[in-house]
Design a protein around this ligand. Structure first.
Ligand code: MN
Length: 197
């Protein structure tokens, strides 16, 4: 069974960049729904296996991928953010960003554009790609489309309307600009180290 993780800060801790009302709804309602969806789907798969009735398998697998990926991405998103975040990374992460994107500013422009320009619902993602041993920026659709398989997300920006609409209305670029002020680079660095290990 998957469980909804607690936020590592209070609902109001990311204000003014992210309102407490948005954060409470986003965590307690939206993220919680993905956790429930993943658990419910696993249960339905177990029942289907037990009954030898796998006729609905295709739909169940799609539903599992959607909900489980939503749970994974939101779990990463909360720890990627911090009231004390912002600025730039240092050390290995900074060196790899320079190597794989040319400069921090060039990387920032790519991840910003990837997040701002998602058509419909999705995410901008910085991921470690193990086969090429390099960082890549990915534009994820819904929670699981357009994903480079095997890549590990280390920094994720939620571009779903539920992440910003109550506060930023239709101006997604302003929300994305403010997200950079919340990035917890220590968490991104730790995720990258784990992905490379
Ligand atoms: Mn979300």
């Amino acid at each position: 069974m998957y469980t909804l993780p607690d936020l590592p800060y209070d609902f109001g801790a990311l204000e003014p960049a992210m309102s407490g009302q948005i954060l409470e709804l986003h965590h307690d309602k939206h993220h919680a729904a993905y956790v429930k969806g993943a658990n419910d789907t696993l249960e339905q798969l177990a029942e289907a296996r037990a009954a030898g009735a796998l006729g609905g398998l295709v739909g169940l697998e799609k539903t599992l991928a959607f909900n489980l990926s939503g749970h994974v991405l939101h779990s990463i998103f909360w720890t990627n953010l911090s009231p004390d975040g912002g600025d730039k990374p240092a050390g290995d992460l900074a060196d790899l960003i320079d190597r794989d994107f040319g400069s921090f500013d060039a990387f920032k422009a790519q991840l910003t554009t990837a997040t701002q320009s998602v058509q419909g619902s999705g995410w901008g993602v910085l991921a470690w790609e193990p086969l090429g041993e390099r960082l890549v920026v990915t534009q994820v659709y819904d929670h699981h489309g357009n994903v480079g398989i095997g890549s590990t997300p280390v920094l994720v920006f939620d571009a779903w309307e539920h992440a910003y609409y109550l506060q930023y209305k239709n101006v997604r670029p302003d929300y994305v600009t403010r997200l950079w002020d919340l990035v917890n680079w220590d968490d991104v660095t730790a995720r990258l180290a784990a992905a490379r290990a």
